[in-house]
Design a protein around this ligand. Structure first.
Ligand code: CUA
Length: 368
């Protein structure tokens, strides 16, 4: 909770990773403190022990720099111990870093757009909020984030997690809240005059409270539904089939596209993820799908970052790798210009999710 606290060195530990980050930090502090004190103690001790004593007369020159076996042992000791300590720090840090950078596959997805100077947040079910983020407790939450202008950084100290939010690119960050309450969101990257005011609050709610909160949402439909409306409004459907087994031959079918690998004209292949879709909408000529012509106009300036996220969510809802399409559709539908054989007709005809509430694809089936 955010009410005034008595003296507190650390933010609360409100996520599954927080205690691990703190333990590593404590280890680093203890090791540094131990060696700082050791060096300080030795300086004082040796200064006193080898102080100048007039009664002993002038110092006698001695050859003290021989590299005999004694000093060899000393050298090995003061090499191996710091090496071992730093390797422990390295391995420990890497393990936490990998955990923090890989969202669990069944995470609940939430979208974040940073702009000078606010956080705009969209839930898949359609609810939207500004400078506030409501999440259920004990669920893995994955944020997919982008910026409308400059670099920001989404930082929740109580969760011990932060990630840069970049224009023209999607970054992710995930956490599992373990404690009910309200926690600070900070922007942790200087982004202009009101950077320090780019703050917000995460509310960790119980599952029933969260569902109640979601239910009171915008009434504008799920993100995928809003994305579909945008898809139609921009005329994307005039060319791109979004129905199984519909190939007009001019443009790739989008069903089952998300998460697959797409053959590109230059012979390479690329994963159809959020960044690929965004690039293909704004810079269609960047990666032409093999077998198709460079006929798509750019939609740069016609679509906002929020709108782009909705569009992506709609394309995801048309089926994803390991998603609803995978059992019936052997390969990426969009890599070939030739009509698909009708044997694929068993694929669930996931056309317009008309009136279907939210998340047409179960979250655990959606990879990335
Ligand atoms: Cu946004 Cu600093």
């Amino acid at each position: 909770m955010m009410e005034a606290k008595s003296f507190q060195l650390f933010p609360e530990q409100a996520s599954s990773i927080a205690s691990h980050v703190d333990a590593l930090y404590a280890f680093l502090v203890l090791v540094s403190a131990f060696f700082s004190l050791l060096v300080a103690f030795l300086i004082v001790y040796l200064v006193v022990k080898y102080r100048h004593r007039p009664e002993l007369g002038p110092p006698v020159a001695q050859h003290t720099n021989d590299h005999g076996p004694g000093s060899m042992i000393l050298e090995i000791v003061w090499t191996v111990i710091p090496l071992g300590l730093s390797m422990i720090m390295f391995a420990w840090g890497v393990s936490i870093y990998f955990t923090e950078s890989r969202p669990p596959a069944d995470s609940m997805e939430i979208y974040v757009t940073g702009k000078q100077w606010m956080w705009k947040i969209q839930h898949m079910e359609g609810a939207r909020e500004i400078n506030e983020l409501h999440v259920p407790i004990n669920r893995d939450i994955k944020l997919t984030m982008t910026s409308e202008d400059v670099i920001h950084d989404f930082y929740v100290p109580a969760f011990r997690t932060k990630s840069d939010v970049l224009p023209g690119k999607y970054t992710t960050e995930w956490f599992r809240p373990t404690k009910l309450g309200a926690y600070h969101i900070f922007c942790a990257e200087y982004c202009g005059t009101k950077h320090s005011g780019m703050i917000g609050t995460v509310y960790v709610l119980s599952e029933p409270d969260y569902n109640k909160w979601l239910g009171a949402g915008s009434g504008e439909g799920s993100m995928a539904e809003q994305g579909q409306a945008l898809f139609n409004q921009l005329g994307c459907g005039n060319c791109h089939p979004s129905v199984v087994n519909n190939q007009n031959g001019r443009c790739p079918n989008l069903v089952g596209l998300f998460g697959t690998r797409v053959q590109v004209k230059d012979g390479s292949n690329v994963r159809a993820d959020e960044s690929y879709i965004r690039e293909s909408v704004l810079y269609p000529q960047a990666k032409i799908v093999a077998g198709y012509d460079d006929i798509m106009p750019t939609f740069k300036g016609l679509i906002t970052e929020d709108g782009m996220l909705k569009l992506i969510e709609y394309i995801k809802s048309l089926g994803a790798k390991n998603g609803t399409m995978s059992t019936a559709t052997p390969g990426p539908v969009e890599t070939s210009a030739s009509p698909q054989p009708s044997t694929h007709a068993t694929a669930p005809a996931k056309t317009a999710p008309r009136g279907v509430p939210a998340a047409p694809v179960a979250p655990q089936q959606r990879v990335q």
